[in-house]
Write a protein that binds this ligand. Structure first.
Ligand code: NDP
Length: 332
């Protein structure tokens, strides 16, 4: 029995489970020369997938309707006619939301569950860890003693950004949506300050209080009014790293937003967006650095692991409700 999840219709506003269709096929997959048969072990759900579900031009083509949704997956090789892979190997890569699938191995990386838990290759040692490290270091160019604000701080990317900034000697302020998350930022991840944007009336004042010397770096995962409040507090030559804008991903109209230009001009500040794949040539050294910090216990991580293939769409939707702490992953 093979289960697959297709994109049934494009979400309008917040995604719902009815945007997806489950297909169950009672068949056995066979492989030809050069192919491998994969059994899915862990599926990553990520906010950026929302963009691919829309029919808008972006850096990757949209998902096609009635075709499998794809995301980062860790899978086990259960049959192989490809000399690069043997039965029992685990691989990670962009794969279908299917319990089993055939691949020619292109774009897949072998991962070692003895070196680190398999799920971490979708998080701290995978795409989100790379995003945190490369966005912060390549664009942010952080310097010891500076102050950084991180939004979406308790999520997969944000929690790693804050910890790396601490390792590099910065004062770190995290913004997240619950008191429990703020507590976690400070006690588990070593953030200096945390601000719950859901209970704070005046974000601009709260950021000013948490950053008495002003904000030198802002790692922006959310966009919208939270980011506006940070801009009021930036210093001269601030660097604003635009990683994502989850607060507007489900908007059906172009949101009215504050003009950022005066803030950037007045402060000679830099604002730059990025896609982690811009830095693909730096992935090996970045992974080595992240794995090194993990081994030295300088870096830690948290995951929200949801059980069961059928729960993939709901786990994805729950990202927009802040139900995850750290990386949201579905275990199959
Ligand atoms: P997270 O693990 O951070 O999960 C999403 C979190 O966003 C939720 O837990 C929730 O936390 C927060 N959130 C949801 N809705 C809102 C809202 N309306 N306003 C503010 N916060 C909200 O996801 P990732 O770490 O995987 O991704 C973080 C960001 O980075 C996303 O914007 C994503 O698109 C982007 N990204 C960009 C990449 C790139 O290459 N540029 C690569 C990977 C990710 P809370 O409870 O705090 O609200």
């Amino acid at each position: 029995m093979i289960k697959t999840i297709l994109l049934n219709n494009r979400p309008i506003g917040k995604p719902t489970v009815s945007n997806f269709e489950f297909v169950t096929e009672d068949k056995e997959l066979t492989i030809s020369k050069g192919e491998i048969l994969l059994e899915t072990a862990y599926v990553s759900v990520d906010p950026y997938l929302r963009g691919r579900m829309s029919d808008a031009k972006s850096y990757v083509p949209p998902f096609e309707l009635n075709q499998p949704v794809q995301s980062g997956v860790v899978a086990k090789v259960i049959a192989s006619k490809n000399e690069k892979f043997k039965i029992g190997d685990y691989v990670s890569g962009m794969l279908n939301w299917s319990t089993q699938q055939v691949s020619n191995g292109e774009g897949l990386n072998k991962v070692d569950g003895h070196k680190a838990p398999l799920s971490t290759y979708l998080g701290v040692l995978g795409m989100t860890g790379l995003t945190a490290y490369l966005g912060l270091t390549e664009i942010g160019k952080p310097k010891k003693g500076e102050t950084i604000v991180v939004s979406g701080a308790a999520g997969a990317v944000g929690s790693v950004v804050g910890q790396i900034a601490k390792i590099l000697g910065l004062r770190v302020i995290g913004i997240a949506g619950t008191d429990e998350k703020i507590e976690m930022l400070k006690s588990k991840f070593g953030f200096d300050e945390g601000i719950n944007y859901n209970t704070t009336k005046d974000m601009k004042a709260a950021i000013a209080e948490a950053a008495p010397n002003g904000v030198d770096l802002y790692f922006d995962n959310v966009g919208g009014p939270i980011s506006d409040a940070v801009l009021f507090n930036i210093n001269r030559f601030a660097r604003i790293i635009i990683c994502g804008a989850i607060s507007v991903y489900n908007e059906t109209e172009i949101p009215k937003s504050m003009s950022v230009q005066p803030f950037l001009v007045k402060n000679s500040a830099l604002m730059q967006g990025f896609i982690v794949s811009n830095y693909a040539d730096k992935f090996p050294e970045a992974i080595q650095q992240l794995a090194g910090w993990l081994a030295e216990d300088k870096l830690t991580y948290t995951e929200t692991i949801v059980d069961g293939f059928d729960n993939i769409p709901q786990a994805f939707i729950d990202l927009f409700e802040g139900k995850n702490k750290g990386k949201m992953i579905v275990k199959i």
